[in-house]
Design a protein around this ligand. Structure first.
Ligand code: C2O
Length: 343
């Protein structure tokens, strides 16, 4: 049986997965009595997701305004900035029991839920922001860390006066520091050219070389009755996880970006994951005539709950994430040098 959407009334305080201690924050969402099965609305205008290092000042102003308004919503509005951050915590930090197997908890990472769950999370986050500024074409920016031109933290996130700013970051990794996709607590090299070339190799390996079957890319199967953490795919385990650690504080338990419960408080998180979402799209395109998705109903019919831009609680399915056209957004086209730089 596929993983079923959690019952919000059975949410409990979770676990800090970095310290294995009970969380000192409660990240359970507001409970709603009415749940609607979500139908993708007809797409009239596509949302455009730009590369974060290429945006205009106008775009940044719009995005800042939207986040400011999101932070200003009442604290118990499910679209409020902190409520949205807690969505990540609740689905990751073992707060929900599995419907159908109450001995087990839900953790959508390290499994085949990684891509579809985050796609839905970004989808509603983006629609909430767009609604707040009354712009149905608003798209989240992507942190283009797979391209040398986008490898530093994007400028819009490091301006202290901006609502996109966050003080809880590793101060050694602010721009112009180039992300190190092989980072493991220490930087391997001081030579930027070397780091960039390693990064491109990492990307090639995760997207092409180390992917033989679908699980290699997506992560392992996780249904009702599966223990959390059956195993991540290449990107999730590699560049994706590394960047969480690279951005978060080195002096605490990784807050904000480097800890599951707190990363949704970091605007850069959404920029990071928009790139992960883009890499998923690129990977599917690279497959050509090879299978792009699992055909198992255990995957396609797995479901999650989210609050939409109207604060309505909706039930969504994995199957509906597979046609990005229908989800109504597109990415700015940029080079993928890692693909040409085959090691
Ligand atoms: Cu939900 Cu990058 O983690």
């Amino acid at each position: 049986t596929p993983l079923a959407a959690p019952d919000f009334t059975k949410c409990t305080k979770g676990t800090n997965l970095n310290t294995s201690q009970p969380l000192d924050v409660d990240c359970c969402p507001p409970v709603a009595t009415k749940i609607i099965d979500y139908k993708l609305p007809p797409v009239t205008k596509m949302r455009f997701r730009p590369a974060a290092h290429l945006v205009t000042e106008e775009y940044v102003a719009k995005y800042e305004k939207a986040v400011e308004l999101m932070k200003a919503l009442p604290a118990d509005d499910p679209r409020n900035f902190m409520q949205q951050a807690n969505v990540h915590c609740a689905y990751c930090n073992l707060t929900y029991e599995q419907v159908g197997d109450s001995d087990l908890k839900i953790q959508i990472h390290n499994s085949w839920h990684f891509y579809p769950w985050h796609r839905w999370y970004l989808y509603f986050y983006e629609r909430i922001l767009g609604k707040l500024i009354d712009d149905p074409t608003f798209g989240l920016p992507f942190w283009n860390w797979d391209n040398p031109k986008g490898m530093a933290m994007p400028a819009m996130f490091v301006k202290p006066s901006s609502p996109l700013f966050n003080a809880r970051r590793n101060q050694n990794h602010l721009p112009p520091a180039v992300t190190d996709l092989a980072y493991s607590g220490t930087t391997q090299s001081v030579d930027t050219t070397q780091i960039i070339s390693n990064n491109l190799t990492v990307m090639y390996n995760e997207m092409v070389r180390n992917v033989q079957n679908l699980e290699d890319f997506y992560g392992a199967r996780y249904n009702t009755g599966t223990q959390p953490d059956p195993g991540p795919g290449t990107v999730e385990r590699g560049s994706h996880a590394v960047l969480h650690v690279w951005v978060g504080e080195a002096t605490s338990s990784g807050e904000d970006m480097g800890n599951f419960y707190s990363c949704g408080r970091e605007s850069l998180f959404f920029c990071h994951h928009t790139n992960v979402d883009r890499l998923w799209t690129i990977w599917r395109d690279l497959r050509g005539s090879k299978t792009k998705d699992f055909v198992d109903s255990d995957w396609l019919n797995a479901s999650y709950l989210f609050y939409d831009e109207n604060a309505q609680l909706v039930r969504v399915k994995v199957a509906d994430t597979l046609d990005q056209q229908k989800m109504g957004y597109e990415f700015q086209k940029v080079d993928t040098p890692w693909l040409k730089n085959r090691p």
